[in-house]
Ligand binder design. Sequence first.
Ligand code: CA
Length: 229
Amino acid sequence: MSLLRVLIVEDNRQLAENLFEFLGEEAYQLDHAADGLTALHLLATNAYDVIVLDVGLPGVDGLTLCRRLREDLKRETPVLFLTARDSIDDKALGFRAGADDYLVKPFNLRELEMRLQALTRRSRPSSGQVEAGGFIFNPGTLEVLNAQGKRAKLVGYHATILENLLRAHPNLVTYQALSQALWGIDEGDLSSLRTHVYSLRKLLAAEFGRGLIRTHHGRGYSFDPEWVD
Ligand code: CA
């Protein structure tokens, strides 16, 4: 198995060193940038599987950097934000800038590693296409398409959610099962699961005219081809 290529953008040298030490260079190919401009340079010249990005950086801050990665460099590399802030508005800003996931400092290094692995799980052995309710999902390309040939390309965590919902269709998938699929634990952050489902619904609605994911309050979600919002 090839090494996971990770760029760590963090101006706190101690934290960056801890990350290097914890992740280890046997399982990961690690690069470090202590400021936004260095990070942009590395991103323009190297390919990474995932980026760990501190929000508060000297020069170009993490939000701007993420936006430039998506809009200027046209890269879909998964981004995990590290932020000291914990308000829902800050999280919304991060997701709007193109983040895939976030961790609030101080965080558990083991949790960071689980999230990195969840974000890069796209290379897991494919069990083939999943078909339900007139939609087809391809775990190899992370694309979902409908009978009219409309298609949407998903990022890793969206794909994980949709794949689980399609496999269970027409049954619901519990919050715990989705948390397990995303983060490897039953009791993951429910608010970040909701945020992911919310953004997935918006993306599906933009492509297919329907949100397609139904909320079962207090229980979980199901895929519903007739579901509008
Ligand atoms: Ca910082």
